[in-house]
Design a protein around this ligand. Structure first.
Ligand code: HEC
Length: 164
């Protein structure tokens, strides 16, 4: 976010200067700078500029529908019962880890999928995960979820947050 602000202010400064002496080369340069920043979100191993919205991991774009996929959510609920409910409630109450109520509005789908499949790396890199670690004082262990399990859990969280 900070980076975006810096880029924006550089761009607007360049725009002001370009307005003064209207050199087209300067304009070209500034728009190039803008485009080189965007692909960083898709960098694979070791994303150099960490994107806190997306988190760290293989999920760069998770398409969730406008409506709930009830079958996926039901399957996610089963996994929750086996692997997650010992530490997470579905309310906003903390157990060992934070309650899940509202998690799909606090975090993006990509963040959630990356966090639950790439937990160690996310806790090492992500400011929000680290802040939560400070509150919970327990590091969430990796749950070795399959990609499908992770997606189904996300759907269950969406259901829990009222998606119909
Ligand atoms: C041993 C306890 C434990 C288990 C089991 C566990 N978690 Fe966690 N979880 C935590 C703790 C503690 C945190 C917060 C601290 C951190 O980041 O490590 C957390 C954080 C999270 C968060 C981030 C919540 C937020 O509000 O940002 C998600 C999402 C999550 N867990 C999903 C899962 C899923 C899905 C499972 C089951 C597959 C699971 N957890 C199993 C302890 C656990």
């Amino acid at each position: 976010m900070k980076k975006l602000l810096i880029i924006l202010s550089i761009c607007s400064l360049t725009a002001i200067f370009a307005g003064c002496n209207s050199t087209p080369t300067k304009d070209d340069f500034s728009s190039k700078e803008e485009t080189t920043e965007t692909p960083s979100a898709t960098t694979e191993n070791g994303n150099p500029s960490y994107d806190p919205k997306r988190g760290e991991g293989k999920f760069t774009k998770v398409d969730v529908g406008a409506t709930l996929d009830a079958a996926m959510a039901a399957s996610g609920e089963k996994v929750y019962g086996v692997k997650c409910s010992s530490c997470h409630k579905t309310t906003d109450e903390k157990l060992v880890g934070p309650g899940w109520k509202g998690v799909t509005t606090r975090r993006t789908p990509e963040w959630i999928m990356n966090f639950i499949t790439n937990t160690d790396e996310m806790i090492n890199k992500d400011p929000a995960a680290q802040a939560q670690l400070e509150i919970c004082l327990v590091r969430m262990p990796n749950q070795s979820l399959s990609d499908d399990d992770a997606r189904h859990l996300l759907e269950f969280m969406r259901k829990n947050d009222g998606v119909k």
